[in-house]
Design a binder for this molecule. Structure first.
Ligand SMILES: NC(=O)c1ccc[n+]([C@@H]2O[C@H](COP(=O)([O-])OP(=O)(O)OC[C@H]3O[C@@H](n4cnc5c(N)ncnc54)[C@H](O)[C@@H]3O)[C@@H](O)[C@H]2O)c1
Length: 426
């Protein structure tokens, strides 16, 4: 029997692929408070599509006792004899963009209830520097009655996966690791190094590892905000932004970012975590928040550009039939959380247009429940006044969209990926 028994707390986009990977080598118990998710996983299906049925079923176990494999549960007693606890719960923001740490507090309480001497708790959720040691450790100590760095230890290892990306899977992405003491750092690093083929980077402290993750996504957000600003400027000047970026990109150190909508669980959220902490230290982040403002406004901007084109082409706005292609937050992925395609849709809807939304990846029920928007299940036969391509799903790349447009109709390409003539793009 392996001496390491790992519990993964939170089996979402991050937790499940990690649990599956560890399960190829260790006994792993996957724990989640969402009973529906547990039932779905126990039936051998992952509706996030991050883990294939085949990979899941290869490791899946029906009872909690085994040498290697994965057992999924929502019962606390099933994780009580684990000695490694890895927390992969959500870290969202509220309606005023302030971090919500409730899932981290709650999952730390869960772990605190079963924590034993010698156990190691590793956090993977994206946070601002200090959350692991200053926010989570006190909960673990209070609930368990044990002493930090004497009875139990913690680590932090940020997740870098990219949902929908079947090339950069968890084992192929170099993993940053850290621990609450140098020896624990080594122990955390050894654990990940045993399954991550791309290797590991042991950071000197937990706060360094936390900061590293949050700036990776903030840097990406700011870079995209910059090209979004360029797109707005060049649209006013009637210069093709894609052509400008292509020309500038011939210089060796010009960064290849493209304009677009920035949504999802990470890039559009994580910079707010860093900004919040900076403000607590009396520093008002200018660049980070300017990037957020720019990117958060792009859905509305796209809608206003489409309306401008409609006016120029004398297309009656009220009642115009508009097809939105894609509602997920990114291509080839079913995740609709914090999607900015919804901003395009809602802004166009506010002009009393008649919207049809088609997305072969998103769940109709989830889109209705989470976004209050109706979707069609197949691409309609009718001819539209406007088609807005918001997400670059692979299914859209081969469509001849002109066939679905009226002769004077408008084709707007948010992602700048369509071949041939379009009427507008970012
Ligand atoms: N999705 C990504 O691409 C990605 C990439 C890198 C990092 N991250 C970070 O990883 C973390 C998890 O993100 P995700 O996308 O996997 O979220 P998710 O919403 O897909 O999954 C989280 C899971 O945790 C469960 N959960 C919530 N509270 C719980 C609790 N108290 N106890 C047990 N389970 C609980 C939920 O039911 C859900 O199944 C976040 O901090 C996120 O920022 C996400």
């Amino acid at each position: 029997m392996s001496t390491q028994k790992i519990a993964i707390i939170g089996l979402g986009y991050v937790g499940l692929p990690l649990a599956r990977l560890f399960a190829t080598k260790y006994p792993v118990i996957g724990f989640d408070i969402n009973q529906k998710r547990i039932e779905e996983l126990q039936s051998g299906k992952d509706f996030t599509l991050e883990v294939s049925d085949e990979d899941l079923n290869t490791v899946l176990q029906k009872t909690p006792n085994f040498d290697k494999g994965l057992y999924c549960t929502s019962k606390l007693e099933d994780i009580s004899d684990c000695n490694y606890y890895i927390v992969t719960v959500p870290t969202p923001v509220d309606s005023t963009n302030r971090p919500i740490l409730t899932p981290l507090y709650k999952s730390s309480e869960t772990v605190g209830k079963v924590l034993k001497k010698g156990d190691l708790v590793i956090y993977e959720s994206t946070v601002y520097p200090g959350v692991t040691e200053d926010e989570c450790v006190p909960v673990l100590e209070r609930v368990s009655g044990l002493k930090f760095n004497k009875d139990f230890f913690v680590g932090y290892s940020p997740e870098r996966i990219n949902p929908g990306d079947k090339e950069h899977t968890v084992e192929k992405i170099l993993k940053v690791t850290s621990g609450s003491t140098p020896a624990i750092g080594k122990k955390v690093d050894d654990l990940y190094a045993s399954v991550i083929t791309a290797g590991t980077h042991l950071a000197p402290t937990i706060k360094v590892a936390e900061a590293a993750k949050v700036i990776e996504n903030s840097q990406r957000d700011i870079n995209i905000a910059f090209v979004n600003e360029l797109a707005k400027i060049f649209n006013l000047m009637e210069i093709d932004t894609t052509a400008v970026l292509e020309a500038a990109g011939t210089k060796w150190n010009f960064l290849p970012f493209k304009p677009g909508l920035v949504g999802g669980h990470c890039i559009g959220v994580d910079p707010y975590y860093l900004a919040q902490k900076a403000q607590e230290f009396g520093y008002h982040p200018e660049i980070i928040l300017a990037g957020r403002r720019m990117n958060d406004g792009m859905g509305k901007y796209v809608a206003s550009e489409v309306i401008k084109l409609m006016v120029q082409k004398d297309i009656k706005i009220k009642g115009a039939n508009i097809l939105i292609l894609g509602i997920t937050f990114k291509e080839n992925c079913p995740d609709v959380r914090n999607t900015k395609a919804v901003d395009v849709a809602n802004n166009l809807k506010s002009y009393s247009t008649n919207l049809t939304i088609y997305d072969p990846w998103a769940s109709k029920e989830e889109v209705k429940r989470e976004l209050n928007l109706d979707m069609v299940s197949t691409l309609p036969e009718q001819k539209f006044d406007v088609i807005v391509l918001t997400v670059a799903h692979k299914e859209f790349l081969t469509l001849n969209l002109r066939d679905s447009l009226k002769p004077e109709g408008i084709l707007y390409d948010v992602k700048s990926i369509l071949k041939g003539e379009v009427d507008g793009r970012l």
